[in-house]
Write a protein that binds this ligand. Sequence first.
Ligand SMILES: [Zn+2]
Length: 320
Amino acid sequence: METGTPRLSRRQALALAGSAGLAAATGAWPTGAQAQTPQPAANGGGFYRFRLGSVTITLLSDGQAVAPTFPNFAANPGRQEVYAQYLREHFIDPDRFINNFIPMVVDTGRNKVLMDTGVGPGGIQGGLGRLPAHLQAAGIRAEEIDTIFISHGHGDHIGGLTTADRRPAFPNARLYMGEADFNFWTTQQTPSAAVQANLIALRERFALVRPNQEIVPGVIAVLTPGHTVGHMAVLVTSGDAKLMHFADAGGHWLLSLRFPEHYLGFDADRELVVRTRAEMFGRAAAERMVVVGYHFAWPGVGYIRRRETYFEFVPAVFTF
Ligand SMILES: [Zn+2]
């Protein structure tokens, strides 16, 4: 997938993807033997970095997957025609929803906090699981991450906590997750493989957090339930500047904002998630926050604008 050479090991593939990413990031093309690796990282190396006050934010792509919008990304019965029409008005084919996976590193100067970890090594074959390569392209070593915050227990958020050989992928990180969501996922009759490997097996390393708890100075967990029972977003504050990473409480970057009743097939409590989204989007708009959605259109960063009866996502202008 990453190199077009099927016999490469995962480690070799990651190394190649990483060196290509670094070359792209520094503007230097590889020479000699390296020049024979034909695949530089696509469109900027898989990360997008900007400042928020005195904090540095790096958004990272774990990859993209293309799937039909219906039913997983818009599950309301009887609304497909209306939703499809709105997508077409935005030049999006309803049969090809481009699903992004966007973890974030917050560098406060004191701490390096990673929010969510992508699909993990199991996603490599499908073009996902690219967080390690893109961290490398962004010049961030796994060992430097001292704090990881997990928004909720779905596999595309926890899968990257461990390596293919089941070692912690971020050996020096303290792990944080909302108490309600952690307890929900780890007490299921038959937990998923991702939950077993990344939550249950790492239980000793987790600190469980309550709503509005500070994770590190300037980074606060915000309860945003409905997608899962105890889903949490993250609020980053630096001076007057605020950023909220919605994680999956953000839903679909067009439909969840335009249509107040909209919900995903993946949302556990549909009435609750609708209320949570209205409240969260309203707050983000009123406080003029920078926002990020985990599954929004890459790089997933922008603002929320309030209209009469609904909201709009306004993408941030890309800046170097
Ligand atoms: Zn997700």
